[in-house]
Design a protein around this ligand. Structure first.
Ligand code: AMP
Ligand code: MG
Length: 346
């Protein structure tokens, strides 16, 4: 399949500024799949009401069929079409964080969305992306659009159009290039079907931000304990992994350098994932600084770029620093732990 690629300027905040998007929207309305930028990562969109379109998303990504998709909307009124009821707490959160990186789980109305999109569950995940290109595309289709991250399953999520191209060129009908994304880690997934909402996946909106609105929020215990089955099906899969094995190191930079030296003496080609502050400290074959430790949102925004970067080197082992498990650090550590297959050197 020929993948059509369009370039649009995300800084132009008017629907009329995106004539290219009508072609992309037509493909979506014809039940083809198209990748587009959001404020978190690039998404691979398809008509959520159509089985064939949704099956194409799973096929292009190689995604396991038991992992449901997030439905993207541009207007809150679209919710009434396929969601049973919207709890008051969810309304407050939507008022504050939509559009934005917060996905809410509701009970689904039967018979409207494709069962492939919800993986046959009685609930549905929905969000409104905070990106002018995404919103404009969604409005033009008028459809609920199912859109997981636009990467091959298991690989780091795409934060630039070239990442999507690398993974999906020839496998999808179109790619809207709107430049690099901003937040860099996926949305927070919050289950709103219980009286006390539960964070199923940490992401762009922090636990602290949610607590400021609804006082009480739980965290799925499976996030801290690998022995438990996660409530979010996708959280059980290996994800975000670079090609070479990644190890997280709890300890000083001197300790990491010592590990690097040992491996290099054994003849390995070693990569280090660090931040700007420690960039010059390390002597390794490949050192990649992702953001600044004192501004964790800059680490989030370049984390996947960093993980992909090592795939273009011949590093055969990667060591990474760790980050504080608070604020957006929770999402960073969640993704790094998965990328490392939970290998931590203490
Ligand atoms: P992705 O779109 O690849 O960023 O992944 C979406 C995440 O949302 C995955 O972890 C899914 O398992 C999760 N998810 C989607 N729908 C539901 C649902 N109805 N209940 C629980 N988790 C969901
Ligand atoms: Mg994903």
């Amino acid at each position: 399949m020929m993948t059509k690629r369009w370039s649009v300027d995300k800084n132009v905040d008017k629907e009329e500024s995106y004539p290219q998007l009508s072609q992309a929207a037509d493909l979506l309305k014809n039940n083809e799949v198209v990748a587009f930028p959001t404020e978190t990562v690039y998404g691979l969109g398809g008509n959520a009401e159509n089985d064939e379109a949704v099956k194409k998303i799973f096929a292009a990504k190689g995604r396991p069929s038991d992992n449901p998709l997030i439905i993207h909307i541009a207007d809150k009124r679209q919710l009434d079409v396929f969601v049973q009821e919207i709890p008051e707490k969810a309304k407050s959160l939507m008022d504050l964080f939509w559009p934005g990186p917060l996905t809410l789980i509701f009970n689904v109305k039967e018979g409207i969305l494709s069962n492939y999109a919800t993986a046959g569950l009685s609930t549905v995940a929905v969000r409104m992306p905070d990106h002018p290109v995404a919103l404009s595309l969604l409005k033009t289709t008028g459809l609920p659009i199912a859109a997981p991250s636009a990467n091959r399953s298991g690989r780091p999520s795409p934060t630039a159009a070239d990442h999507v191209w690398e993974d999906l060129n020839g496998r999808i009908a179109g790619l809207v290039d709107g430049g690099p994304t901003g937040v860099g880690v996926e949305s927070t997934v919050l289950d709103c079907t219980d009286a006390t909402p539960v964070i199923l996946r940490p992401g762009g909106i922090t636990k602290e931000q949610i607590e400021a609105v609804i006082a009480n929020v739980h965290i799925d215990p499976a996030l801290a304990d690998q022995g438990q089955a996660p409530k979010s099906p996708g959280m059980k899969y290996r994800h975000y992994a670079p090609d070479a094995p990644l190890y997280l190191v709890e300890g000083t930079r001197e300790k990491i350098q010592q590990l690097v030296d040992e491996k290099r003496q054994e003849g390995h080609s070693v990569g280090v994932l660090t931040t700007a502050e420690n960039r010059e400290f390390y002597h390794a074959d490949f050192v990649f600084a992702c953001g600044q430790r004192e501004h964790l949102e800059t680490v989030a925004s370049s984390l996947y770029e960093a993980l992909r970067h090592f795939n273009h080197t011949d590093a055969d082992i990667i060591y990474s620093e760790m980050f504080p498990d608070e604020g957006v650090g929770q999402a960073i550590m969640n993704r790094l732990m998965k990328a490392a297959g939970h290998r931590v050197i203490r």
